[in-house]
Design a binder for this molecule. Structure first.
Ligand code: NAD
Ligand code: UFG
Length: 339
């Protein structure tokens, strides 16, 4: 494995993965249509690594563009981050999500097959487990019961890749089920830059701390959890990105479909997150309790033992570092990549 195509490489997780692949000695090619990202993230990846790489601004649904990309570059493996990810928007615009995420992925897989590239790492999500019967969640837990088109698109793409491998056993496929990515590169130069009002907890908290929003609404305080608020497995985005490098190394060993949870194995509540962020930032994070958000589950955290056993990968960065690194990014870039 030498040259890696990174779809969605200008995005939050993708930009951190670009840094980790470049630092690990790979060549990369980035494909992104910039529908939810800024090209500045890629400039900063170049600045952080001192390395250059091609960027193609195009859509994974554009088969001709993909064919040209695979013709022009000798790609060994694909890391597939490109997709839309806003849960609420997916409920309002299911066809957009199914077209972008599922049709886009099918077009990408077709172009890979035509080009003879059969190694892929797919960004899946813990959301495919639905509301798990118990925690921690292992990879052999049943999938299904997704509550929105975003989650269903992840479930279907996993299934499509499994069927592709049945039809052609030469494929090497990793389905990485991420828990809740947070944090930013230590430099504070790249990080999460959501457009509009953040849907996710950590960017919302950091915008409260920096003074862009007045208070955090805590969605539900009557869950069956120690403090009544939702519990999630927050994982530092750099740990997550490094998991992709390990997955590519593992896929080089031979074909098949492998599934790994990428999480820390420990959960924190919404209120614990707000308090940890206050500590790390030295700024107040006022919050108010609000009704539960539709489709949310009480608690969700990973059993990450399989990834440690098989990939030799383990999340190393704790909650304090996640909050400090988010804060550095947020305070140095109060408006994200915008000036
Ligand atoms: P992001 O929105 O920051 O990055 C996704 C990137 O894909 C963006 O740069 C966007 O412009 C690009 N993109 C979207 N549709 C495209 C298309 N049709 N053609 C080309 N480019 C396209 O999101 P992220 O948080 O970095 O997530 C990356 C992946 O990880 C996504 O597939 C997401 O569903 C998955 N994931 C994210 C989380 C999370 O909480 N952030 C959790 C689980 C899984
Ligand atoms: N929350 C609040 N207030 C907010 C935002 C979130 O209280 O303003 C709470 C939620 O109710 C939940 C927790 O914070 O209890 C985490 O919520 P996020 O929206 O940050 O994350 P989710 O766990 O809902 O979902 C995330 C990603 C999905 C992915 C899923 C996998 O957004 O893409 O993790 O677990 F599928």
């Amino acid at each position: 494995m030498k040259t890696i195509l990174i779809t969605g490489g200008a995005g939050y997780i993708g930009s951190h993965a670009c840094v980790e692949f470049l630092n690990a000695g790979y060549d990369i090619v980035v494909l992104d249509n910039l529908c939810n990202s800024s090209p500045k993230s890629l400039e900063r990846v170049r600045e952080l690594t001192g390395l250059d790489f091609p960027f193609i601004q195009d859509d994974i649904r554009d088969r001709a563009a993909l064919d040209a990309l695979f013709r022009d570059h000798d790609i060994d493996a694909v890391i597939h981050f490109a997709g839309l990810k806003a849960v609420g928007e997916s409920v309002e615009k299911p066809l957009l999500y199914y077209d972008n995420n599922i049709a886009g992925s099918v077009t990408l897989f077709e172009a890979m097959q035509a080009a003879g590239v059969r190694t892929i790492v797919f960004s899946s999500s813990a959301t495919v487990y639905g509301d798990p019967a118990s925690v921690p969640i292992r990879e052999d837990f049943p999938v299904g019961g997704t509550t929105n088109p975003y989650g269903t698109s992840k479930l279907f793409i996993e299934k499509i890749l499994q069927d592709v491998a049945i039809a052609d056993p030469a494929w090497s496929i990793a389905l990485l089920r991420y828990f809740n990515p947070v944090g930013a590169h230590k430099s504070g130069r790249i990080g999460e830059d959501p457009r509009g009002i953040p849907n996710n907890l950590m960017p919302y908290i950091s915008q409260v701390a920096v003074g862009r929003r007045e208070y955090l609404s805590v969605f539900g305080n009557d869950y069956p959890t120690p403090d009544g608020t939702g519990v999630r497995d927050y994982i530092h985005v750099v740990d997550l990105a490094q998991g992709h490098v390990k997955a590519v190394e593992k896929l080089a060993e031979g074909p098949g479909v492998r599934v790994w949870n990428l999480g820390t194995g420990r959960g924190y509540s919404v209120v614990e997150m707000a308090k940890a962020f206050e500590q790390a930032s030295g700024r107040p994070v006022p919050y108010r309790f609000a009704p539960r958000r539709a489709g949310d589950i009480a608690q969700c955290w990973a059993d990450p033992a399989k990834a440690e056993r098989e990939l030799g990968w383990k999340a190393r960065r704790g909650l304090e570092e996640m909050c400090e690194d988010t804060w550095r990014w947020q305070s140095l870039n109060p408006n994200g990549y915008e000036p």
